[in-house]
Design a protein around this ligand. Structure first.
Ligand code: UT7
Length: 315
C-alpha cells in the first residue's frame, strides 16, 4: 500500500508544565528534563470522535478520495466514552463512511499494528483503499492527582489514507505479555451474579521498566526489520518514533548512530498521545513539506501489553 493522505487534529486547550505545577507537586524543570515535554493538548469540552472525524476529513481531502472510496477503516483507540460501538463506527457516522470497519486496542503501537493489518488485507486482494485513524484521549485515563503519570500525556488524533502500491516494505510486530507494567481498569455494571466489586483504577505505570522495554524493543525491532527487508540504516531518511519520552528518543538515536535531525520530535508540544503520536508526527512533518518521493520512513512504537512494532515504508 502507499500513503496518499495524512491528517491530524488536536484539542484546543494547551496545558503547560507550569499550569500543572500550580496544583501538583511537580515543576517544569522536572518534567522537561525527565521527558522533554513542555506542554500538551488536553481534551476539555470536545468529543474525542470530533477530533477523529477532523483528522479523517483532512487525510481524505489530501488523498483526493471520498469517504465512499474507502474499502476498510481501522481505528486505533485505547479508551473512549463508548464501550460499544467502537470509535470506528462513531467516527464513521460523522464522516459518512460505510465500509467494513473495526477498532484495535494495541496501545501506543496501534498505528504500526494498523499498517500491518492494512497491508495484509491489501495483499489478500480484499481492499484497494484503507483509512487508518488513531484517536486517543489518555488524559482521561490518568489520575490528575498522580504526578508520575498525568504530566506525560496529551490527546489527539492522526489519520492516514492508503491506496494501491508496494510502498510498505515490511512490518515487524513484537509482544512480551505483561499486564503489570502499564494498565488501567474500568468497573463494569453491577450484576446480581458478581459479588466482588471491581474497582476503577486510573492508569498505572512502572516507568523505569517501561523505559527499558521501550529502548530495547525499539532498537532491536528496527534493526531486525531493516535486516529483514535489506535496507541499511544509513539509507533511512526518517525515523518516526513514538513520542513517549525525549530520553527514549535520544537513546535510540545514540544506539542506532543516526543523526538527531533524522528523528523528528514533537513531544515538547504534545506529550505522549498513545497511538496517535506517530500519525500526528507524520502529518506535521508532511505538511511542512519534509518528505520527498522515495524517502524511506521507519515507524517504531511501544507501550502497554507490552507490545511494540516497527514498519518501514517508501514515501
Ligand atoms: O507510551 C507508553 C510507554 N511509556 C513510556 O515509554 C514511559 C517510559 N518511562 C519514562 O518515560 C520515565 O520512566 C518516566 C518519565 C515515567 C519517569 O522518569 P524516571 O527518571 O524513570 O523517574 P522515576 O519514576 O524513577 O522517579 C524519580 C523520582 C521519584 O522520586 P523519589 O522516589 O526518587 O524520591 C518520583 O516520585 O521522581 C519523582 N517524580 C516526580 N517528581 C516531580 C515522579 N514524577 C514526578 C513529577 N514531578 N511529575
Amino acid at each position: 500500500m502507499r500513503i496518499i493522505g495524512t491528517g491530524s487534529a488536536l484539542p484546543k486547550k494547551v496545558v503547560t508544565n507550569e499550569m500543572i505545577a500550580q496544583f501538583l507537586d511537580t515543576s517544569d524543570e522536572w518534567i522537561s528534563t525527565r521527558t522533554g515535554i513542555k506542554s500538551r493538548h488536553v481534551i476539555t469540552d470536545e468529543k474525542l470522535e470530533d477530533l477523529g472525524a477532523e483528522a479523517v476529513m483532512k487525510a481524505l481531502e489530501m488523498s483526493g478520495l471520498q469517504a465512499s472510496d474507502i474499502d476498510l477503516f481501522i481505528a486505533s483507540n485505547v479508551v473512549s466514552e463508548y464501550g460499544t460501538p467502537g470509535i470506528s463506527c462513531v467516527v464513521a457516522a460523522k464522516v459518512g463512511l460505510n465500509c467494513p470497519m473495526f477498532d484495535i486496542n494495541c496501545a501506543c503501537p496501534g498505528f504500526v499494528y494498523a499498517l500491518d493489518m492494512a497491508e495484509a488485507y491489501y495483499k489478500a486482494g480484499k481492499v484497494k483503499n484503507v483509512l487508518i485513524a488513531c484517536i486517543e484521549e489518555p488524559t482521561r485515563m490518568v489520575s490528575w492527582e498522580d504526578r508520575s503519570t498525568c504530566v506525560l500525556f496529551g490527546d489527539g488524533a492522526g489519520a492516514v489514507v492508503l491506496t494501491e502500491g508496494d510502498n510498505i516494505k515490511g512490518t515487524k510486530l513484537h509482544s512480551e505479555p505483561d499486564i503489570d507494567k502499564i494498565w488501567m481498569t474500568r468497573a463494569l455494571t453491577d450484576s446480581p451474579y458478581v459479588t466482588v466489586k471491581e474497582p476503577d483504577v486510573a492508569l498505572q505505570m512502572k516507568g523505569r521498566e517501561v523505559f527499558r522495554f521501550a529502548v530495547n524493543a525499539c532498537t532491536n525491532g528496527v534493526k531486525d526489520l531493516l535486516d529483514e527487508v535489506g535496507i541499511k540504516k544509513e539509507d533511512v531518511s526518517w525515523f518516526m518514533v513514538h513520542q513517549a519520552n525525549k530520553r527514549i528518543l535520544d537513546a535510540i538515536v545514540d544506539y542506532m548512530k543516526v543523526p538527531q535531525e533524522r528523528c523528528p520530535m514533537n513531544i515538547q508540544d504534545h506529550g505522549n498521545s498513545s497511538s496517535a503520536s506517530c500519525p500526528i508526527l507524520l502529518d506535521e512533518c508532511n505538511r511542512k513539506g519534509m518528505f520527498k518521493k522515495g524517502d524511506i520512513i521507519v515507524f517504531s512504537a511501544f507501550g502497554a501489553g507490552l507490545l511494540s512494532g516497527a514498519a518501514v515504508i517508501e514515501w
